[in-house]
Design a protein around this ligand. Structure first.
Ligand SMILES: Nc1ncnc2c1ncn2[C@@H]1O[C@H](COP(=O)(O)OP(=O)(O)OP(=O)(O)O)[C@@H](O)[C@H]1O
Ligand SMILES: O=P(O)(O)OC[C@H]1O[C@H](OP(=O)(O)OP(=O)(O)O)[C@H](O)[C@@H]1O
Ligand SMILES: [Mg+2]
Length: 300
């Protein structure tokens, strides 16, 4: 445990998860003064320290109890669990929340000119990857005798460099594969960012209490991102039809409009965005002043 009693959180220093993880921490009210070269950042309003490290190190830091919480991709987490298992090390931790960023998939891809008829085509072939344990588990499940070649970066160039016949790497839009003349074939793992916590028993009551206050705030921020505050003027005569068009709006607030007997103001928190098509339908029912606004925070 950190002697200072401050909650220690590990985040990726610089990469795909950094900005979203920091933005989430700020959105839940943690003030942070992050300066690029500093690897540790102290919160100015909470007993929290941020450790900024390579994402590869985050699962181990949490599982070994060096930090209390960590933001990590499920792909990296699963890989490190398999690696630790192979080394006879325990992996104790808890996933507190699956988050709404860092979405990607780990896929096998081959050069576009290569012939490929399913995973059996990789028999006796070499596949370059940064995730050898996940890949070898997949080979074992699929009963394919292929070899995972570990590369820590630039995996996509391996086939052209003659280092491997195929690759297994993270894909999101597919632009990187396309730029390297590769075609995605099999998805072997789907991933998002998660917030993990080290084993409960090792945490002080104060730290647990702080974590228990932060988690509902994370839920509130994620929920708010998916929700919209909708305001419009609706003809009284069509109120029921208007309500049925508003997604996830069970209990709208309906208010009179001063000096107008035909229209009412409708305010509603919607669990989804309002599509242009729905707005057009509302307009054709006689609705006007239709506003769709983002929500910053939600609770209760
Ligand atoms: N294209 C992507 N879109 C969305 N999420 C991604 C994408 N690529 C990777 N990720 C997620 O972000 C994590 C970090 O990816 P990144 O490429 O920044 O890692 P890295 O190069 O290993 O960085 P580090 O220097 O910290 O080791 C991945 O493990 C994955 O969970
Ligand atoms: O399908 P796409 O949208 O093209 O995304 C996939 C790429 O994103 C990640 O790398 P990143 O860009 O984070 O850089 P890195 O390889 O330096 O980690 C990943 O390793 C792929 O190379
Ligand atoms: Mg890494």
């Amino acid at each position: 445990m950190s002697e200072s009693g401050r909650l220690r959180i590990a985040v990726q220093k610089s990469g795909r998860l950094s900005d979203d993880s920091i933005a989430l921490l700020k959105a839940i009210g943690i003030k942070l003064n992050i300066r690029d070269r500093l690897l540790i950042a102290h919160s100015t309003n909470q007993p929290i320290d941020l450790l900024r490290v390579r994402d590869d190190d985050i699962p181990g830091l949490v599982m070994d109890g060096v930090v209390d919480l960590g933001f990590i991709g499920e792909n990296e987490l699963e890989e490190k669990m398999l690696e630790r298992k192979a080394a006879g090390k325990a992996s104790e931790f808890e996933v507190l929340r699956r988050l709404d960023y860092g979405g990607c998939r780990l896929s096998i891809a081959v050069p576009k000119e290569a012939s490929y008829n399913g995973i059996g085509s990789l028999e006796k072939k070499r596949v370059a990857t940064t995730y050898p344990y996940l890949l070898e588990r997949y080979f074992a499940e699929q009963k394919v005798n292929a070899k995972a070649v570990m590369l820590t970066g630039s995996v996509e160039v391996a086939p052209r460099a003659g280092v491997a016949d195929a690759i297994c790497d993270l894909v999101s839009t597919g632009a990187t594969l396309e730029a390297n003349g590769l075609v995605e074939k099999d998805v072997i793992f789907r991933s998002k960012a998660v917030l993990i916590q080290r084993a409960d028993g090792d945490l002080s009551d104060e730290k647990l209490a702080l974590i228990n206050r932060l988690i509902p705030r994370i839920d509130g921020v994620m929920q708010a991102k998916e929700s919209k505050y909708i305001m419009l003027h609706a003809p009284k005569a069509y109120l029921e039809q208007v309500k049925s068009l508003l997604p996830g709006a069970e209990n709208p607030t309906v208010l009179p409009l001063a000096g107008n007997d035909e229209l009412v103001a409708v305010h509603v928190v919607s669990s989804e965005n309002l599509f242009w098509e729905t707005m057009e339908k509302l307009k054709s029912l006689g609705c006007s002043s239709i506003l769709v606004m983002p929500i910053e925070k939600m609770m209760g």
